[in-house]
Design a binder for this molecule. Structure first.
Ligand SMILES: Cc1cc2nc3c(=O)[nH]c(=O)nc-3n(C[C@H](O)[C@H](O)[C@H](O)COP(=O)(O)OP(=O)(O)OC[C@H]3O[C@@H](n4cnc5c(N)ncnc54)[C@H](O)[C@@H]3O)c2cc1C
Length: 352
């Protein structure tokens, strides 16, 4: 059982920054995310897009903001359960909570911060006969690349025409035995440098490109052995150990919707006048996942909500203890890893 002070559900920007604000108050955090990497929408939907409204950054790539947030919270040694979906929650008699993921990992925490954004991202699946059979028990269909090493020496077919399909084709061309990219159009909707790189790898015969084409069926009794691909009305058979359709993700509030929380328009109602607590004592909702009058789904609003929520958790866990707000410029930052960040001390010099 993983034990922590605040269990954060969602490793988007709001969840990540919560670790920092909690750390300043000496509260430990553990984060669960259904995706295999931290960063939420920024990492999954637009890592290479510039953001212009983060205070102090005239412009920052979404992927770089995630990298910086991870660097900022490193000192507070957060734990991560990635690639798992928080599924059930149970309140214990002592006021703590047990959260169990769909994959079975158990977590115990004194407070819960739901930073689940738009919810869990469900992959858009191609409408293919028997796909449900092949997506189970490592039979060959994967919707996420969780561990690229799994594909070492294998024959991979990726389908899709966006950034994910292009980026994973490029990456896996150095890992897999063969990479075939199938797309139903000749044009790709990805970053220009990725499209050019795929073109280069095609010329070097490191990626096989089949366009305009579609995967239309599977062959293999125990697991996938090959795929039927339709190109210009004709059919071809492509040898394949893994088929990875990357057609984008659709967000769904998911299991959180069944936790007895007050939901309004697919978002969790919170007390915004005070601390972003939900209708259940000890469960907070921050960032895109919550709703209140005047709510704005912006990254900086999530940061603000995380900060106020952490103060409330501190007061809850330390009744009667008065917290005095400290500036990091003045008090520095003491990490749980023993490191300390502080402003340079002024030179002390006697004046004659
Ligand atoms: C294309 C695009 C451009 C944008 N541009 C800007 C911009 O310029 N400026 C700006 O301020 N905002 C922008 N936004 C909005 C911004 O991305 C969101 O406000 C921000 O991501 C919200 O952060 P979050 O941490 O609350 O949620 P998210 O980033 O959505 O992260 C939530 C995480 O929770 C996880 N999760 C949910 N439920 C569960 C569960 N049950 N178990 C485990 N994990 C779970 C999800 O997998 C996800 O990773 C943009 C959004 C998009 C799509």
């Amino acid at each position: 059982m993983i034990e922590t002070d605040i269990l954060i559900i969602g490793a988007g920007p709001t969840g990540l920054f919560t670790v920092f604000e909690a750390g300043l108050l000496k509260l430990k955090c553990h984060i669960i995310d259904a995706l295999p990497q931290p960063g939420g929408q920024l990492a999954e939907l637009y890592p290479k897009k510039p953001i212009f409204d983060i205070p102090g950054y005239p412009e920052v790539l979404a992927g770089d903001l995630v990298t910086n947030l991870m660097e900022q919270i490193k000192q507070f040694e957060p734990g991560f359960t990635l690639g798992e979906t928080a599924n059930t929650i149970e309140r214990q008699e002592d006021g703590t909570f047990i959260v169990i993921t769909k994959e079975g990992t158990q977590h115990k925490a004194k407070a819960i911060a739901i930073a689940g954004g738009l919810g869990t991202f469900e992959p858009r699946k191609p409408l293919l006969k028997d796909i449900e059979f092949y997506e189970k028990e490592d039979r060959g269909v994967d919707y996420f690349v969780k561990d690229p090493e799994k594909y070492r020496g294998k024959n991979i077919v990726i389908a899709g025409g966006g950034d994910s399909a292009l980026d994973w084709s490029i990456f896996l061309s150095n890992v897999a035995n063969s990479v075939t990219l199938v797309h139903r159009r000749n044009e790709f909707r990805g970053a220009l440098d990725s499209v050019e790189k795929v073109q280069e790898l095609k010329s070097a015969e490191k990626i096989k490109l089949i366009t305009p084409a579609e995967v239309v069926g599977f062959k293999g009794s125990e697991r996938i052995e090959s795929l039927d691909v339709e190109i210009n009305g004709a059919r071809m058979n492509v040898e394949c150990d893994y088929f990875i359709p990357l057609f984008g993700l659709t967000p769904k509030l998911g299991p959180i919707a069944n936790w007895g929380l007050e939901i309004e328009k697919n978002a969790i109602k919170v007390n915004n006048a005070l601390d972003y607590q939900t209708n259940i004592d000890g469960i907070y909702a921050i960032g895109d996942v919550n709703t209140y009058p005047g709510k704005l789904k912006l990254i900086l609003c999530g940061f603000h909500e995380a900060t106020l929520m952490c103060q409330s958790v501190y007061n809850r866990l330390n009744p009667g203890k008065r917290y005095v707000l400290k500036y990091t410029t003045v008090s520095g930052v003491d990490g749980f890893d023993g490191t300390r960040k502080e402003a340079e001390k002024a030179v002390v010099k006697a004046i004659d």
